[in-house]
Design a binder for this molecule. Structure first.
Ligand code: ADP
Ligand code: MG
Length: 397
């Protein structure tokens, strides 16, 4: 927060009226389960998009970011894509969705400073959307309902608004998703926004993507989360993602289920012969991931991190062998992690085909772990490894 306020002041010449922040997130367990109506565990982590803002009177919006040199300047009545500052599509997309829901706002200035590494699997885009929505709420209070808006909340004597209630957070998550789907054109699920909004310090967020129920289980004890970024993103990733989605949906249809969530492991095994091999493999991964989230929750509630870590390894093996959304670099990172005595569990996190791994590492061994993995990774691939220890934090709002 401390860096965004001076940045705002430097650019706009006055201090900001408000500052907000939204955390990045990581998928802890439950891979590709979200669009299959399944179960997923996520964490909000201590990397943030900070946003400072203040009103202006001419109906114009100006947004600057420490990550991009060109400011975005546009008017409330004409929010279109602009080649000079494509990064601002997220801000515009979100504002358009708020407008569509009936939220009224006027011109404002905003400055962005982020500590979330871009495109490293921590979902900087989701945090930016959530933070933008929260800043607009500070400047022009609104209350979202499932379908539109209700009477806005009143600020208290210090000008603070009440925290967002659960239904408002869910409605906001849907607004963010619509912005990313419709304006930016990325076909993502709700998970990232829910994680950024519903995070709880020292807890994993458990999300049931069928009914959007959100719960928390403690993730505390003598272990920390470390993200290791492979530094690769394979060119076929987007096409592969869509293909996996189609396999999952086709498998559910062939099994007479609305989604793979409705398929039990034993039924899948019994009906293996009715599915093409690739669809069966994909279904096995998703059904297995749902089970691992359920078992993982039990392990966490019993404070059994060693057992929980085993589910992380199993999840990675299932990605590598069944779902086939891993790649040699991610497999290597998990192999190196497994060989480290401080590692309790490791797996790829997010879409796959590159990106990052999530590692659960014994407290006190984190620095040694990062050093050893980086050495091994560079020796075998010639690539420098970036890694980030993460604290689990409260969500935004
Ligand atoms: P991630 O996995 O981090 O979400 P994405 O490609 O989905 O990666 O989102 C990255 C995009 O989010 C950037 O291209 C930019 O448009 C926006 N973004 C992220 N961080 C910032 C920032 N600090 N300032 C401005 N825009 C940002
Ligand atoms: Mg993103």
């Amino acid at each position: 927060m401390h860096e965004v306020k001076p940045f705002y002041q430097q650019h706009f010449g006055v201090p900001p009226a408000w500052a907000v922040r939204a955390p990045g997130r990581v998928e802890l367990l439950g891979n590709h389960t979200d669009y299959n109506q399944g179960l997923v565990m996520a964490l909000a982590v201590d990397k943030f998009i900070h946003l400072a803002g203040g009103p202006r009177r001419d109906g114009r919006i100006e947004v600057v970011s420490t990550a991009f040199p060109t400011p975005a300047r546009f008017s409330v009545s004409a929010m279109t894509k602009e080649e000079a500052a494509p990064w601002a599509d997220y801000v515009k997309g979100l504002l358009l969705q708020l407008q569509r829901r009936g939220v009224h706002f006027n011109g404002f200035n905003a400055a962005i400073h982020s500590t979330i590494p871009l495109g490293a699997g921590l979902s900087s885009s989701a945090a930016l959307l959530v933070a933008t929505a929260l800043l607009v709420r500070k400047l022009f209070p609104y209350r979202l309902t499932e379908t539109g808006v209700a009477a806005p909340p009143s600020p208290d004597s210090r000008g603070e608004l009440p925290p967002l209630a659960t239904p408002e957070k869910l409605a906001l998550a849907k607004v963010c998703q619509a912005a990313e789907n419709q304006f930016v054109g990325v076909n993502c699920g709700l998970l990232d926004y829910i994680a950024s909004l519903f995070g709880k310090a020292h807890h994993a967020i458990l999300i049931d993507c069928q009914d959007l129920r959100v719960e928390w289980t403690p993730l505390d004890g003598q272990a920390e989360v470390v993200i290791c970024h492979s530094g690769v993103r394979h060119a076929l990733a987007d096409g592969e993602y869509n293909a996996l989605r189609r396999h999952c949906e086709a498998a559910a249809r062939a099994l007479g289920a609305r989604s793979l969530r409705g398929v039990e492991a034993k039924d899948l095994t019994a009906r293996q012969g009715q599915l093409p091999e690739r669809e069966y493999q994909c279904a096995r991964h998703i059904v297995g991931e749902n089970q691992r989230v359920t078992f993982g929750e039990r392990a966490l509630r019993a404070h059994d991190l060693a057992q929980f870590g085993q589910y992380l390894y199993q999840s990675h093996e299932s990605s590598r062998d069944s779902f086939k959304n891993s790649c040699p670099e991610l497999d290597l990172l998990v192999e190196l992690a497994r060989a480290h005595p401080g590692c309790l569990g490791a797996r790829l996190t997010g879409g796959g085909f590159g990106g990052a791994t999530l590692n659960l590492v014994a407290t006190g061994q984190v620095e040694d772990f990062r050093r050893v993995i980086a050495q091994g990774y560079e020796a075998r691939t010639g690539r420098k490894l970036e890694s980030w220890p993460c604290r689990i934090v409260d969500g935004a709002g």
